[in-house]
Design a protein. Sequence first.
Lengths: 113, 114
Amino acid sequence: DVKVTQSSRYLVKRTGEKVFLECVQDMDHENMFWYRQDPGLGLRLIYFSYDVKMKEKGDIPEGYSVSREKKERFSLILESASTNQTSMYLCASSFGPRGGELFFGEGSRLTVL
Amino acid sequence: AQSVSQHNHHVILSEAASLELGCNYSYGGTVNLFWYVQYPGQHLQLLLKYFSGDPLVKGIKGFEAEFIKSKFSFNLRKPSVQWSDTAEYFCAVNTNQAGTALIFGKGTTLSVSS
């Protein structure tokens, strides 16, 4: 089975702190994604990557950056956390040049105070 | 840019009732279509997917969906729901082009009473 592991299930940070969310997948998938999930808004795409060191902006990249130095790892960075970034963050991966089925991690619930 | 619209935000049904959740997308080219489900406290998992071929797709747990290209729709159905179907359901689409990502609708919360 595909396993997508997010390093932290729950985080509490203060406004202005730098936040790292880590995601690792074990199935050699080319594509990796970061979404945020908010009630009533569904899943919104922040960034995605279809190859090592490659990244593409999603629908809501402002306030976020990403890093993909190794194929299996995709990190989401909040340079200066703000209260409106309090959310559930979901990492996902998929196989192949045209994506397809996404495999999701358990999610990281971030609270910014 | 493509978008996905789910018509119902919250659906409440009794057990054994039939279910249909609407999903429309806006993209004129070839698409891949998906329905995901998120049970309370669990991660998102795939219910079913459509890439090509028979427009009536069967998924897990008795769910099915029909792709109607002329209506840009991919509605989810189940003839008889169970209490365990209580969950949030997401429709998603990608454009079958290299380097694109899956775009999700806002989700529909289904509550089934026993």
